[in-house]
Design a binder for this molecule. Structure first.
Ligand SMILES: Cc1cc2nc3c(=O)[nH]c(=O)nc-3n(C[C@H](O)[C@H](O)[C@H](O)COP(=O)(O)OP(=O)(O)OC[C@H]3O[C@@H](n4cnc5c(N)ncnc54)[C@H](O)[C@@H]3O)c2cc1C
Length: 489
């Protein structure tokens, strides 16, 4: 358990840092308490690769958003992830809001956001006929995009692993090991991990983790965002990402088409004490629906297939908290990474590598890894292949001829490949293949995926879990259960 660097948290921040540091000759451990990735905010968010006009110049968010956006356009093919390069619109309903668009436009230009411009409501409706007739103008950001966040996190960590980093799931950091004012490693539920550099990428828990190093200079304010996700038959209702004009409460309710073609709307912004509370509420969803209908009056909420919520790691300053502490030496915070954190993550990772070189050269040396492989291939996406490509796959491996998830056309071949790449739970298979993300939300494929996991992992079916721990899918046989209750014959 001896490493050069230990990264706590494998959301998009920790995963991007792991990949960036794997460009150097370093032994890297990434630990995450979750059973599958992504788990925290990186699982439940709007997945927008922001254009970079929304962040106040001079902030860390502004510093990393535009460079992060540019890097994602490159990483799309390098990591083989789905990024819909569709652009985004901020919609104005009156003169005051148009003035706000002008502010955003100026801010975008200062931040280096390419191609931002204000267009008329009519021009917007030519592109997006289902938006409100009351929208008078919109800020168009052509470089914005929408990413498949499940794919992106898994791709980033797989690429880091391909280049030597080690991922430890179900491993919870519990404390920091120090020696004479220097970092020596961390304690976890799976034993100690020793390293002279520890990077805190713990998302909504990053405040608690920073406090282990005696840094209480910032506090995380967990802020929930709730969403509606609609069936993929709504594809094309909206083609891009629509923001309302931002208010004090944040970017407001948006309407978007996900990278996979589902219509989606959210998020709310509700501060809460519990960092792990991801429940949706009638009040929150009512607010989302109101906001969605303002932008898109006929928002087809009857096509809703699920609701979900994510929790932002907000800070009092509203900005990211990224620094190498003077003491203890070797402790690096990459904390409070709220929106546009997904967008910014590859640029943040580059900055962290520079921090290690410039500020921690006495504890770590970064020598380039000339064997670094930038490319990583995704599991084949059967749904998007033409008939010839499907046939070829199935001829090579008959498991690709067995459909497991009907809604998303996911084959047994894909599930087997996800297991080969480390999936151990039904949710991990879902994150890596999309089995269970469709209209029936796993009603059809969940038992099939569980059977395949049981067979391939060599464990009894009732040991298969939804997402690790005690989340078993089966508690026993119905007949045995009823016999116990004295109700079976
Ligand atoms: C509602 C919402 C909408 C958003 N929309 C956008 C958007 O459209 N575009 C955008 O760019 N950004 C968006 N964001 C922000 C973006 O999602 C986050 O900035 C980003 O996902 C943060 O990644 P992270 O890795 O820092 O945190 P997380 O993804 O939360 O990862 C932290 C990880 O640390 C692990 N962890 C925590 N404590 C421990 C411990 N003690 N031991 C081991 N592991 C631990 C967790 O299990 C988790 O996997 C949104 C966020 C939310 C919540």
């Amino acid at each position: 358990m001896n490493y050069d660097v230990v990264i706590i948290g494998s959301g998009i921040t920790g995963a991007s840092i792991a990949r960036e540091l794997s460009k150097y000759k370093l032994s890297i451990a990434v630990i995450d308490k979750a059973s599958e990735l992504p788990a925290g905010a990186s699982r439940a968010n709007s997945s927008m690769i922001h254009g970079g006009f929304d962040d106040k110049p001079g902030t860390m968010k502004a510093k990393f958003c535009v460079p992060g956006n540019k890097l994602w356009h490159k990483l799309k093919s390098e990591l083989d992830v789905h990024l819909n390069e569709c652009g985004s619109y901020v919609c104005a309903f009156n003169d005051d809001e148009v003035k706000h668009l002008e502010l955003l436009l100026a801010q975008g230009k200062t931040n280096g956001s390419p191609g931002v411009e204000i267009i008329s409501g009519d021009k917007l409706r030519e592109k997006e006929p289902n938006v409100s007739g009351e929208i008078v103008a919109a800020l168009w950001s052509p470089e914005a995009g929408i990413i498949n966040n499940f794919e992106a996190v898994n791709a980033m960590i797989e690429s880091a692993e391909l280049n030597g980093a080690k991922l430890f799931l179900e491993t919870q950091a519990t404390g920091l090991l120090l020696d004479n004012g220097k970092v020596r490693g961390i304690t976890t539920n799976k034993g100690d991990f020793l390293a002279p550099v520890v990077i805190n990428a713990g998302g909504v828990h990053s405040g608690e983790i920073a406090a282990w190093a005696g840094d209480t200079s910032f506090k995380i304010i967990p802020t929930k965002g709730e969403y509606f996700l609609l069936d993929r038959t709504t594809q094309g209702f909206i083609h891009s990402f629509l923001f309302a004009c931002p208010s004090k409460a944040g970017k407001g309710i948006t309407v978007l088409q996900t990278a996979e073609g589902n219509l989606m709307s959210g998020p709310t912004a509700t501060e809460q004490d519990d960092p792990e509370d991801r429940t949706t509420t009638p009040e929150g969803l009512a607010e989302v629906l109101k906001g969605a209908r303002k932008l898109v009056p006929n928002f087809p909420v009857n096509m809703n297939i699920t609701t979900f919520a994510g929790v932002r790691a907000n800070t009092e300053s509203g900005d990211f908290e990224i620094s190498a502490l003077k003491s203890p030496r070797g402790f690096v915070n990459v904390a409070g990474i709220k929106s546009p954190g997904f967008t910014s993550s590859p640029a943040i990772a580059e900055y962290v590598a520079e921090l290690l070189k410039e500020e921690l050269s006495d504890v770590i040396t970064l020598t380039p890894n000339d064997k670094f492989i930038p490319e990583r291939k995704n599991i084949p996406r059967f749904l998007y292949l033409d008939m010839d490509a499907r046939k070829k796959l199935a001829e090579n491996d008959p498991a690709y001829a067995q459909i497991v998830c009907r809604c998303e056309t996911v084959t047994e071949g894909q599930v087997l490949e996800a297991i080969r790449r480390g999936a151990r739970t039904v949710t991990a298979v879902k994150m890596m293949t999309r089995a269970g993300t469709g209209r029936c939300q796993g009603g059809f494929c969940c038992p099939r995926v569980a059977e395949i996991l049981s067979r391939e992992l060599g464990i009894p079916l009732d040991e298969v879990t939804r997402h690790g721990g005690e989340s078993k899918l089966l508690v026993g046989k119905t007949k045995e259960f009823l016999l116990k209750k004295g109700e079976a014959h």
